[in-house]
Ligand binder design. Structure first.
Ligand SMILES: C[C@@]1(CC(=O)O)c2cc3[nH]c(cc4nc(cc5[nH]c(cc(n2)[C@H]1CCC(=O)O)[C@@](C)(CC(=O)O)[C@@H]5CCC(=O)O)C(CC(=O)O)=C4CCC(=O)O)c(CCC(=O)O)c3CC(=O)O
Ligand SMILES: NC(=O)C1=CN([C@@H]2O[C@H](COP(=O)(O)OP(=O)(O)OC[C@H]3O[C@@H](n4cnc5c(N)ncnc54)[C@H](O)[C@@H]3O)[C@@H](O)[C@H]2O)C=CC1
Length: 217
């Protein structure tokens, strides 16, 4: 586990309207089903038994034995999660899904997955996701908490907000993209701009950015 030579590309994916099959309706299956469902996916849970939360959740439920799943059934889905407590079954279903070029997450065996679900925060301005490739979820959570503290104790959100205003201003004022790209860097590293951002003075920072643009053109 975690030692497999698999390199993964981090992506932030819009799962809205995707068809997601969760095999196994226990604790882990419930977590995955509710996350995908919250984000607008069409979730089907296929399991021998369903947790009480799933019973009351608005997802499709199909009662059945995962040993009987076939390609015809899987062909109706874009994404598969194998979360039974039987590793052998999970591996078989995930392998079938991957051979059909589906995305498959096996939360019981990261090396058998072609995507994993990281721990993350997303406040709408910025998002950070962490994984240890299944080595230790608790350590991933520890790192994410450290990152959250750094974000909260720094001016990074104000920087993002100010630079977003700068981007809108530059796109409307400077038509040459190569000039714009130089200006992003000069503005970002300008000490007066930075001082105003640090004080939370986004409009003052934007004024300074405009001065940098006028000076440079
Ligand atoms: C690879 C991955 C699955 C994937 O591919 O998606 C995976 C794999 C495994 N985790 C296991 C155990 C635990 N998982 C948690 C918790 C979380 N696990 C999550 C993600 C992932 N877990 C994926 C990437 C993880 C990464 O790289 O960091 C989180 C972040 C998100 C989520 O699951 O929704 C959620 C945090 C929620 C929160 O705190 O907010 C806890 C702690 C707890 O329950 O409080 C424990 C017990 C202690 C520990 O392990 O640290 C075991 C069984 C080990 C065994 O059997 O002994 C396996 C399988 C294996 O290792 O074989
Ligand atoms: N990724 C993660 O965060 C974590 C992963 N795990 C691993 O995930 C696995 C599942 O854990 P839990 O959800 O806690 O187990 P659980 O016992 O709560 O749920 C298992 C579910 O699988 C279903 N199932 C079993 N055999 C089946 C079959 N043949 N066909 C259809 N459905 C079947 C059961 O009806 C049940 O709903 C375990 O192997 C565990 O090691 C555990 C904790 C965290």
């Amino acid at each position: 586990m975690g030692d497999a030579l698999v390199e993964l590309l981090p992506l932030f994916v819009d799962v809205k309207d995707m068809r997601v099959l969760v095999v196994g309706g226990g604790k882990v299956g419930t977590k995955r089903a509710s996350k995908f469902s919250e984000l607008g996916a069409q979730v089907t849970v296929y399991s021998l038994e369903f947790s009480p939360e799933l019973e009351s959740m608005k997802v499709n439920k199909v009662r059945g034995d995962a040993r009987e799943l076939d390609e015809e059934f899987l062909s109706h889905f874009d994404v598969v999660v194998t979360a039974t407590n039987d590793q052998e079954i999970n591996r078989k279903v995930c392998s079938m899904a991957k051979s059909m070029r589906k995305l498959c997450n096996d939360p019981t065996s990261p090396p058998d997955s072609n995507f994993i679900v990281p721990i993350y925060f997303d406040d709408g301005t910025l998002a950070v996701a962490v994984t240890t490739y299944g080595r230790s979820s608790l350590s991933s959570k520890y790192l994410l908490d450290l990152v959250k503290d750094v974000v909260d104790g720094s001016d990074v959100r104000a920087r993002v907000d100010a630079m977003y205003e700068v981007k809108k201003m530059l796109k409307s004022k400077v038509s040459d993209p190569s000039k714009r790209f130089k200006l992003y860097s000069s503005i970002f590293s300008d000490s007066i701009f930075q001082e105003r951002v640090a004080k939370g003075d986004v409009s003052g920072a934007l004024k300074r950015a405009e001065e940098v643009v006028e000076r440079g053109s």
